[in-house]
Design a protein around this ligand. Structure first.
Ligand code: ADP
Length: 380
């Protein structure tokens, strides 16, 4: 039952109890009280009559009648009624206090618990949760509160994980640079162009990592402005293939583009989609051995165009298909690091595709059977 209904019902209960008490009092208590008062008055008059040898009628000077006057009866009636109403009011007030006290307690108890829990969360205890409550407005509030605590806990653990990951990623090239510099100082390593090249390579890895992190933080913080316009899929694919074609030729990997001329235009940011395609094509180039083959294709599916980048490379296991889109996740850490990969590229690609209203995923028949990366963009 909703809280609104419960409060209304409690008011109604208070009103009904008050009416019942007053009705019972005027129907049962007041008549008996009145009868009792009349009896007492008659008794008192009789005693006075016997004691003093004169009756009410004699006192009043009229006709010797012992009957009470109308005024006296009215007075006794008013007294009896007032007294019973007094008792009825006391009973009704007590009942109202009990009911409203109970209702108030039921409302304030979870609110006080929520205040205490939010203070504990503010102190850094992110595991704090409130027990479930009946399905009313307060129950809904507690449910939202617990959801908020859950997402705060997730954000906090992601923050801690990010710091741990970044520290780890920075440590490796820094340790290598430190080792080489010490080797140079001690004369263990020769001060020749090959050594300088190794130091330069590690420094370059650090630079790329910092660049990727900056880019990721800007994208995750919603700080990139998208220039969404209508583009042909050919235009988007050409943006990436033109830039990467020489590298494919260098590694002797065949790059095929297969785009039907009837494809509809998509609503996308040319540079950002180009960045996604370059990342996917760059990965395909990296994880496909020489003499391999990479194909870019696209086809309309529902209200979207689905792009596919299919390679004949190292492939992926079922377990890795979703993990590779997570920050810093690399299947083969040493191989990826050796080629300068930080494991952020696909995370950035996922954010860029999703911010343009699309989705991105990967499929593979297994290790060494190649992989296909798909992403969709809305039709313009
Ligand atoms: P990286 O900079 O390490 O390439 P990404 O985020 O681009 O980072 O990719 C994450 C991981 O996904 C890579 O380390 C690699 O293990 C895997 N991966 C990406 N593309 C492919 C591909 N075409 N074939 C096989 N594995 C891939």
């Amino acid at each position: 039952m909703r809280l609104r209904t419960k409060i209304l019902l409690s008011y109604l209960a208070v009103a009904i109890i008050s009416l019942v008490v007053i009705f019972a009092s005027t129907s049962f208590v007041a008549p008996r009280n009145f009868a009792h008062r009349m009896e007492m008055m008659m008794k008192h008059d009789t005693e006075t009559e016997h004691g003093q040898g004169q009756g009410r009628g004699m006192m009043g000077g009229g006709g010797g009648s012992n009957a009470p006057t109308d005024e006296e009866i009215n007075q006794r009636f008013r007294d009896a009624l007032n007294e019973s109403l007094l008792w009825a009011s006391a009973a009704a007030i007590t009942a109202s206090l009990l009911i409203s006290g109970f209702v108030t307690w039921r409302i304030t108890r979870p609110i006080n618990a929520m205040v205490a829990a939010s203070q504990r969360i503010a102190d850094g205890h992110y595991t704090e949760r409130l027990p479930k409550h009946a399905r009313d407005e307060i129950g809904d509030l507690i449910h939202s509160f617990n959801q908020m605590a859950e997402s705060l806990q997730q954000t906090e653990s992601m923050r801690q994980q990010l710091i741990a990951d970044v520290t780890h990623e920075l440590k490796t090239p820094l340790t290598t640079i430190m080792g080489m510099m010490e080797g140079l100082e001690d004369g263990v390593m020769a001060a020749n162009p090959a050594t300088y090249h190794l130091v330069h390579q590690e420094a370059d890895r650090l630079r790329r990592l910092v660049q990727d992190l900056q880019e990721l933080s800007r994208i995750e913080g919603g700080q990139i402005a998208l220039n969404l316009r209508s583009h042909t899929p050919t235009e988007l694919v050409k943006f990436a293939t033109d830039r990467l074609a020489p590298q494919f030729a260098d590694k002797n990997i065949a790059l095929h583009v297969n785009l039907p001329p009837t494809l509809p235009c998509v609503h996308a940011d040319l540079e950002r989609t180009g960045q996604v395609l370059m990342n996917l094509l760059g990965n395909a180039l990296q994880y496909t051995p020489a003499e391999g083959r990479v194909e870019v294709s696209a086809q309309p599916v529902d209200h979207q165009v689905r792009f596919a980048i299919k390679d004949s490379g190292v492939g992926l296991t079922e377990a890795n298909l979703t993990k590779i889109f997570q920050r810093f996740y690399r299947v083969d850490k040493s191989r990826s690091r050796a080629s300068g990969g930080s494991g952020i590229g696909l995370t950035i690609a996922r954010h860029l595709v999703e911010s343009q209203g699309g989705t991105i995923w990967a499929e593979s028949d297994g290790p060494n059977l190649g992989s296909t990366f798909y992403f969709t963009l809305p039709i313009a």
